[in-house]
Design a protein. Structure first.
Length: 400
């Protein structure tokens, strides 16, 4: 059985700050507006949707209580539609989409929605108090380490300098600004409205088209102080070939904290015919992976390589890659190891420029990839993300 992508929608990404454009919008409302958009755009009979899977990392307060099901009800979708919420840390949105595709490919279901949401201004990261980052015994026994230290560890192991990661960050900002200014995001982007039905945010909020290497050079490393408090020692214990951790990441070359939501509609041949849907892409392969938690940020690359093997493809068989910019060193290592040109990877910028809304990012990147494959007339694309404790996820699609 084939699984096809019919449509992908997302909200703009609003800064998770007091001045952020989406701080007054509840995550259930963010999702609701996307549910309505995907229904209207596809003249969708929602009673035929068999499941909704939503990724959300911090399932607490405004994001608790199976938001997938409740948001669909809130949006006026048929009460016959089921739903569940998943957490695989930063890969959650792509995990939701992979699971949606697997349900269809198994032949058990025919119309499924995957996606994600994260309102980091309303429900801050780590506020759910999970044991991996709040229970000292669990932290010690599972080798907990802050992801920023892992980013610096990857940079150190790969020999990336401060200029290397800063140069990549400028590239991300320039690519994102170019894509925004030329309307490359417009097909998937759904403006967010307030309770009075006024549009309050129409585009990603934190892109800095004035970014330069000189400006980035003035920023102090963000994780050196944490490292000095014992986290560097944990990393060095696991990688004794290193003598020190080179702290190169800072606010300008790390993923920004933002609020956003995303949805992707998947269908089988049967539902395409029944509802007169227009498929845009076919799912080729999927994979998840894990690595040891200290170096956690390499798991997305491992998942991508696994997906390529599953599909019987080589890196050069993929036209475009969307690699979540969980720190600049992650994307740089991926590009180096797979031998990719600049015009193959994150060509419209990434999380460094536009932010990383945790559970929503995977589905956002999938939609961005599909839009760009269509814009360029390319054939295949791969999206991948890494996540906390060493998890990774990947999907390969083929444009129709």
């Amino acid at each position: 059985m084939n699984a096809y992508i019919i449509d992908a929608v997302r909200s703009p990404r609003g800064a998770a700050r007091d001045w952020g454009g989406l701080t007054d919008i509840k995550p259930i409302e963010l999702l609701s507006q996307l549910f309505k958009a995907i229904e209207d755009r596809n003249t969708l009979d929602t009673a035929q949707v068999e499941d909704i899977i939503i990724g959300c990392v911090t399932q607490h307060q405004d994001q608790g209580g199976n938001l997938a099901k409740i948001a669909a009800l809130y949006a006026g979708w048929s009460p016959e539609v089921s739903g569940h919420t998943v957490n695989r840390f930063c890969t959650s949105g792509l995990t939701a989409c992979n699971t949606a595709a697997m349900k269809i490919m198994s032949g058990m279901e025919d119309l499924v929605v995957g996606g994600g949401v994260e309102s980091m201004s309303r429900v801050p990261m780590f506020s759910d108090g999970g044991p991996w980052y709040s229970d000292k015994d669990v932290m010690r026994r599972t080798n907990f380490i802050h992801m920023g230290i892992s980013g610096d560890l990857v940079a150190t192991m790969e020999g990336f300098t401060r200029e290397d990661v800063d140069r990549y960050a400028v590239r991300s900002q320039m690519n994102a600004a170019h894509a925004r200014d030329n309307g490359y995001f417009s097909r998937s982007l759904i403006p967010v409205r307030d309770a009075e039905d006024d549009i309050i945010l129409v585009e990603d909020q934190i892109i800095r088209d004035d970014m330069t290497l000189e400006k980035l050079a003035k920023l102090a490393p963000s994780f050196a102080e944490l490292g000095a408090k014992g986290l560097d020692a944990i990393a060095l214990k696991h990688y004794p070939e290193l003598t020190e951790i080179n702290h190169v990441h800072h606010a300008g070359n790390s993923p920004g904290m933002v609020d956003a939501a995303s949805l992707v509609l998947f269908a089988s041949d049967q539902q395409i015919a029944a509802q007169n849907l227009k498929p845009r892409a076919r799912v080729i392969a999927m994979a998840n992976s894990s690595v040891e938690p200290v170096v956690m940020l390499t798991a997305g690359q491992k998942a991508a390589e696994k997906a390529l093997r599953k599909a019987g493809l080589q890196p050069e068989d993929i036209d475009l890659y969307e690699v979540n910019e969980g720190f600049a060193a992650v994307a740089l290592k991926f590009q180096k190891d797979l031998g990719l040109r600049d015009d193959q990877i994150n060509v419209n910028g990434g999380a460094i420029a536009m932010g990383h809304p945790l559970g929503a990012s995977g589905a956002i990147l999938l939609g961005t990839l599909l839009d760009e494959l269509e814009r360029q007339g390319k054939k295949r694309g791969l999206v991948t993300l890494c996540g906390g404790a060493g998890v990774g996820e990947a999907m390969i699609i083929e444009r129709l």
